[in-house]
Design a protein around this ligand. Structure first.
Ligand SMILES: N=c1c2ncn([C@@H]3O[C@H](COP(=O)(O)OP(=O)(O)OP(=O)(O)O)[C@@H](O)[C@H]3O)c2ncn1[C@@H]1O[C@H](COP(=O)(O)O)[C@@H](O)[C@H]1O
Length: 111
């Protein structure tokens, strides 16, 4: 598998760079300049598509819908001036800063 660890960070930077781009040449720019309500609508639509694909769709379909949702979520963060690093920090805080390997391999009781 290729190294995708920085993919969302890179995509977020590209999205930020579209804030002042022409909406004629960039879908991202047209979303950002179309206003918050349009972005929120897209996030809602994409989330619904993830739910539908998650329920009964092919794995490839769910993969595509999840990618669409990630992209639109990053557009929302950019529109609200929330750095994507703040999300990583919050996840890191929940995960804990110590004993990461232990947590990851921790055995859970069967469901
Ligand atoms: N990851 C994405 C990405 N994922 C989805 N989409 C677009 O999101 C749209 C969602 O499709 P839909 O069918 O739901 O909606 P639509 O009818 O096309 O659009 P709406 O009128 O409903 O808004 C499509 O036009 C996709 O092309 C994306 N557009 C751009 N990116 C990334 O953003 C970068 C910048 O792209 P520009 O937008 O061209 O600047 C690109 O290099 C990509 O990496």
């Amino acid at each position: 598998m290729s190294d995708n660890r920085h993919m969302l960070d890179e995509l977020y930077q590209v999205i930020l760079s579209r804030k002042n781009a022409s909406p004629d040449s960039s879908y991202t720019a047209s979303l950002l300049q179309g206003g918050l309500d349009r972005i929120l609508k897209k996030v809602g639509e994409e989330a619904t598509e993830v739910v539908i694909a998650g329920k009964g769709g092919e794995q490839a379909q769910l993969t595509c819908e999840a990618a669409d949702l990630c992209y639109h979520l990053l557009v929302l963060l950019a529109a609200r001036d929330v750095p994507v690093e703040a999300v990583w920090d919050e996840l890191r805080r929940r995960f804990g800063t110590s004993g990461i390997a232990e947590k990851a391999s921790r055995k859970l009781p069967p469901a």
